[in-house]
Design a protein around this ligand. Structure first.
Ligand code: ATP
Ligand code: MG
Length: 139
């Protein structure tokens, strides 16, 4: 059975362009509840730890540079079939391939600056939520 929790980050490009409110509204309109949210400015170590799984990939350095380029907004979300339905809402990693109306289709410019993160499994949703939030910060 799939879980009700997923984790997202509105990435620095989208926050910097003032899209935070529109993106949160789209997430809520899609039926998700915000369980935790905060604005953070990641340092290299924290961003690298979050994307540790991609450490050996050729794009890792650029990814960390991008994620530390400005404030971003991590959030814990609750919804039915949360991980899969949220990834559907955000669209493909490469915004050129993201379906019309998805968050990446509407707000992302490139595969690097792609506006938003969404967990790819229930296990990672919990790991990522607790990477950014204490239990006492999740409602
Ligand atoms: P995210 O984990 O941010 O939700 P994703 O799950 O769609 O994105 P991943 O494969 O986990 O995609 O890649 C993590 C991030 O690394 C992507 O969001 C993107 O910003 C960057 N990335 C992935 N593949 C590439 C690539 N080929 N070139 C440049 N950047 C990439
Ligand atoms: Mg991913």
């Amino acid at each position: 059975m799939s879980g009700k929790i997923t984790f997202t980050i509105i990435k620095p490009d989208a926050v910097g362009k003032g899209h935070t409110g529109k993106i949160i509204d789209q997430i809520i309109q899609a039926g998700f509840k915000v369980k935790a949210a905060k604005l953070v400015y990641l340092d290299e170590r924290t961003a690298g730890g979050f994307y540790d799984i991609h450490r050996e990939r050729p794009f890792f350095k650029d990814l960390v540079a991008f994620m530390t380029s400005g404030p971003c907004m991590p959030m814990v979300l609750e919804g039915e079939n949360a991980v899969a339905s949220f990834r559907e809402l955000i669209g493909a990693t490469d915004p050129k391939k993201a379906a019309p109306g998805t968050i990446r289709n509407l707000f992302a410019d490139s595969i690097d600056a792609n506006a938003i993160h969404g967990s790819d499994s229930d296990e990672n949703a919990l790991r990522e939520s607790s990477y950014f939030f204490a239990a006492t910060e999740i409602f």
